[in-house]
Design a protein around this ligand. Structure first.
Ligand SMILES: C[S@@+](CC[C@H](N)C(=O)[O-])C[C@H]1O[C@@H](n2cnc3c(N)ncnc32)[C@H](O)[C@@H]1O
Length: 299
């Protein structure tokens, strides 16, 4: 793990992946080899090893822990694993029916952890983010864990998708660009969109919601979007109080999406109770939330 030097713009995720000798992220499996097991209720530090011992039962294991960084400047936040990615991964394993054999797309995938988990169930995962460096790290993580996807028949395609741009990058010279075939496959088959911890800057949140809406309108099939967010409280000098502005902006964006009156779709928004089993090791704090958006034809 890299030495961390803290500067004024350094941001630090609460997740530090458990990295014993060969860096394993573990998920408890039930007796028939499916993800299962008891929900963890205690407040355990993410630095502690999982409660179950590697030799004691069945494990679903990332043989190569996703390459990630402990602390980064704000523009490199995608190189850290955020708690919401683990909550989303747990949800994917819980709602396998939603992902089984499907084509799905992750927005702002960062290290690619949630996409790698999705590929154990889905047929094709479009794992997207921006920045050649970050996408290259993500691609390495996908390659290191490709047998997990293969076991479930899935494939992960790492691609650039910038919410601040209206279109896909199709320049064949650019790394992680889209082929016409990929775009057609995405539009024809995608039924699930998902994103973890991408609501920390109001302009980016607006761009992400615009992207979600645009994609949903272009997809041939109805789709469901699953979003994780952590309600972060900050003291601001402007308010001289503790606020959660980024979270509030996310909630008002959800509300605005639901109120959209034009277009061929209507969006139904609902919170997902985080009572599904916890298979990955992280602290499932109360501020960690999951939201579901169903895009369906307007009546
Ligand atoms: C806090 S990180 C979350 C990463 C990952 N989903 C996780 O939870 O571990 C936010 C992610 O949003 C991505 N992002 C920021 N601006 C973006 C943009 N304009 N288009 C696409 N992705 C963007 C970042 O590169 C980063 O990977």
């Amino acid at each position: 793990m890299d030495e961390v030097t803290f500067r004024s713009d350094t941001v630090l995720s609460d997740v530090h992946l458990y990295t014993p000798n060969q860096r394993h992220l573990m998920v408890r499996l039930n007796g028939v080899g499916q993800p299962g097991g008891r929900r963890h209720h205690g407040r355990r530090s993410t630095r502690e090893p999982p409660q179950c011992h590697p030799n004691s039962g069945h494990f679903f294991r990332f043989p190569s822990c996703p390459e990630h960084t402990m602390a980064t400047p704000l523009e490199d936040v995608g190189k850290q694993v955020w708690r919401g990615a683990l909550l989303l991964a747990d949800y994917i394993l819980f709602r396998r029916d939603l992902f089984q054999g499907r084509t799905v797309l992750e927005l702002g995938a960062g290290t690619g952890l949630a996409s790698i988990v999705a590929a154990t169930v889905a047929r094709t995962v479009y794992c997207t983010d921006v920045g050649a460096d970050l996408l290259a790290m993500c691609q390495r993580n996908v390659a290191l864990n490709s047998h997990l996807a293969a076991a479930g028949g899935g494939v992960v395609k790492v691609k650039e998708l910038d919410w601040l741009k209206d279109d896909f990058c199709t320049d064949p010279e650019a790394p992680f660009s889209w082929s016409e075939g990929d775009i057609a496959d995405l539009y024809d088959h995608t039924t699930v969109l998902f994103a973890a911890e991408v609501f920390y800057d109001d302009d980016l949140t607006d761009a992400l919601f615009a992207t979600l809406s645009r994609l949903a309108h272009r997809l041939k099939n109805a789709c469901t979007a699953i979003l994780s967010v952590e309600k972060r409280l900050n003291f601001t000098l402007r308010h001289l109080d503790v606020t959660c502005e980024a979270y509030d902006h996310f909630r008002s964006s959800l509300h605005a999406l639901e109120k959209l009156a034009h277009g061929k779709l209507r969006f139904v928004v609902e919170p997902v109770e985080a009572s599904f089993p916890q298979l990955l090791v992280y602290e499932r704090i109360r501020q960690l939330e999951l939201w579901k958006i169903v895009a369906e034809p307007a009546a």
